[in-house]
Design a protein around this ligand. Sequence first.
Ligand code: PGA
Length: 248
Amino acid sequence: MAQRRFFVGGNWKMNGNKESLGGIISTLNTASLHDQTEVVCGAPSIYLDFARSSLDPRIGVAAQNCYRVAKGAFTGEISPAMIKDCGVDWVILGHSERRHVFGESDELIGQKVAHALESDLGVIACIGEKLEEREAGTTEEVVYAQTQVIAENVKDWGKVVLAYEPVWAIGTGKTATPEQAQEVHEKLRAWIRANVSDDVANSVRIIYGGSVTGANCRELASQDDVDGFLVGGASLKPEFVDIINARK
Ligand code: PGA
């Protein structure tokens, strides 16, 4: 099996304040974290600077979104250049809440991916099917189409982590089984092999997201094609440390 460094992202979403996030930060700063695991915390944009200046430098920080250009009259948006200026190296793009609550299209997500990478940010690119799509048997079709648009906008896959997050598993407590996660991850890797390259298929981290907890992370992490996690709710709790250390 190719050596892929285990990657665990926390997605704090629109939660917390300086006091509670400061508590999570100090838990992480003092915890014993597996030194081969890459850890990145997705902070609300107003707390990016705070997160970056408080977290130990061995832990990365991600913005949860950004716009597709460097600057201009786009009230309320932030650019990759601003994210970099805060010392932050990652951005989460295409999260299902951006797609389905805020109506972001595949096209816009693709443009954001391209611009974030050109601006030297690492990108956690999210894809995943809705419950009705899974039930209709279109999971593969949906995730391949989403991955295609991302792939068209990536030149350097070294800075991309692909997050498979079935929408029905996000925030629902209904985690994909290890077999369900492995099945989709394996197919995504095969799609990348066929449509991008062998090298990228072997090296790209494909992480799973959707109700990952301290209790279910080890079995999920034991699957060959699960290279880490994107964690929402549990990233706000001390059990995030157990999830970071899920890889044996
Ligand atoms: P969850 O969220 O772990 O709370 O299901 C995952 C995500 O949205 O990235």
